[in-house]
Design a protein around this ligand. Structure first.
Ligand code: ADP
Length: 405
């Protein structure tokens, strides 16, 4: 069964065609600069030459058509007929409180996704455009929505309710939702496999450190707390986002500095984090390079990043009454030993100890990086959100096909 996985953003679409029976990737690719005259298609068919093409891609509909045509292309394609695609799995960022699980996309589900536009104006709208565009090109093919938020719907109210007047939650849905759920879910499952124990007997802390960063406390297979909140702005320091902040700063910037809301929004989301502190870059590779060159602001950015992360690791271990496993994943988590080392430093009193050699050697691959004396197992696990989306899609399709369902 071949499942097409789509992740539609504002100006890019990432895709993967997965053979779910053996979980192999048949093709993957990316379409970037949608809406521009110089859009870019990068296509990686398994066992064939990779291609990169620059062309006009004016909207998501055109981008999706180019993607399907490329999958069917006699030279670079991987399928002969559209009918070979059994189903499509979509990453949808926000499922609000409606979606605690992945769902087959029906008219009703579409209306519910639209209802969440307000909660994730930057994301859901584009995810939705992708759904509508591919439905037209692949009529009759079932579609499944896999939400970034749904894994965190198991959080108890004391984790997700803010200490604001309760009416704000009731009126406007102001609460912690959490994001990166598919990634946290994937690496937690993988970690349980690695220690050969059932997920529902483990306490796991998962650190997803990419451009966006979040950390989750997973107790007996359920997310019980996570650092991103009502939006992906809260929590850890990120590439360009500030993470946790005294909310009075925003009031001060409006009332004293006279900044308009749009400017504050851009400051907090696009010009803060590693980029804002260092004045160098949002890219951890460049930060590390400058740290090695003795740049003090780069060092400060790295130190704030890892200090915040360490506080969260300790807090989540406290929230769960301990932890058995810590996992690092995503671009920074998988590739930057210094971040992993600094964020676990001085946590030996909690049974957390990294093996420096193993840590240095584990880059862009799966591996255990804890010292043999460490009570807590520490792993680097490359994330695979697309595989979770494909698995959920296949499961829902198979259930739908069962007689009597
Ligand atoms: P996204 O959230 O966009 O999926 P990624 O998981 O790809 O992001 O992570 C992007 C971050 O990972 C960037 O800060 C980038 O610098 C960092 N990163 C990626 N590869 C490396 C590497 N080899 N060394 C250091 N940092 C890396």
């Amino acid at each position: 069964m071949k499942i097409l996985v789509l992740n539609c953003g504002s100006s890019s679409i990432k895709y993967k065609l997965i053979e779910i029976d053996n979980e192999s990737i048949i093709a993957s690719g990316k379409i970037e600069r949608i809406g521009m005259h110089d859009g870019i298609l990068s296509h990686h068919p398994s066992g064939k030459e990779h291609i990169k093409k620059v062309m006009e891609i004016l909207n998501h509909g055109k981008a999706i058509k180019i993607m399907v045509d490329t999958l069917l292309d006699p030279e670079h394609g991987v399928i002969k007929d559209k009918k070979e695609i059994t189903a499509v799995g979509h990453r949808v960022v926000h499922g609000g409180e409606k979606f605690a699980k992945s769902s087959l996309i029906t008219d009703e589900v579409k209306a519910d996704i639209k209802d969440c536009f307000d909660l994730a104006p930057l994301h859901n709208h584009h995810n939705f455009s992708g759904i509508e565009a591919i439905e037209k090109i692949l009529p009759g093919v079932p579609h499944v929505a896999v939400f970034d938020t749904s894994f965190h719907q198991t959080m108890p109210p004391h984790s997700y309710i803010y200490a604001l007047p309760y009416a704000e939650y009731q009126k406007y849905g102001v609460r912690r939702y959490g994001f990166h759920g598919t990634s946290h879910r994937y690496v937690a499952q993988k970690a349980a496999e690695l220690v050969k124990k059932p997920l529902n007997e483990l306490k796991i802390i998962t650190c997803h450190l990419g451009n966006g960063c979040s950390i989750t406390a997973i107790d007996k297979s359920k997310s019980i707390d996570t650092s991103m909140g009502f939006t992906p702005l809260e929590g850890l320091v990120m590439g360009t986002r500030c993470g946790d902040l005294d909310p009075a700063i925003v009031i001060h910037l409006i009332s004293r500095a006279g900044l308009p809301l749009t400017e504050i929004d851009a400051m907090l989301n696009k010009h803060s984090g590693l980029d804002g502190i260092s004045g160098i870059s949002n890219d951890m590779r460049e930060i590390i390079q400058e740290v090695d060159n003795g740049n003090k602001r780069a060092q400060l950015a790295l130190d704030i990043f890892t200090y915040r992360l360490k506080k969260y690791i300790a807090a989540y271990a406290g929230a769960m009454g301990g932890t058995d496993i810590i996992v690092f994943t995503a671009g920074i988590g998988e590739n930057v030993p210094k971040v992993r080392e600094q964020s676990c430093e001085n946590l030996e009193f909690m049974g957390i100890k990294i093996d420096k050699n193993k840590n240095e050697q584990t880059i862009a691959k799966q591996g255990e990086i804890s010292d043999s004396s460490s009570k807590v197992k520490i792993f680097c696990i490359p994330t695979n959100e697309e595989l979770i989306i494909a698995r959920d899609t296949a499961k829902i399709i198979k259930e739908r096909e069962k007689p009597g369902v």
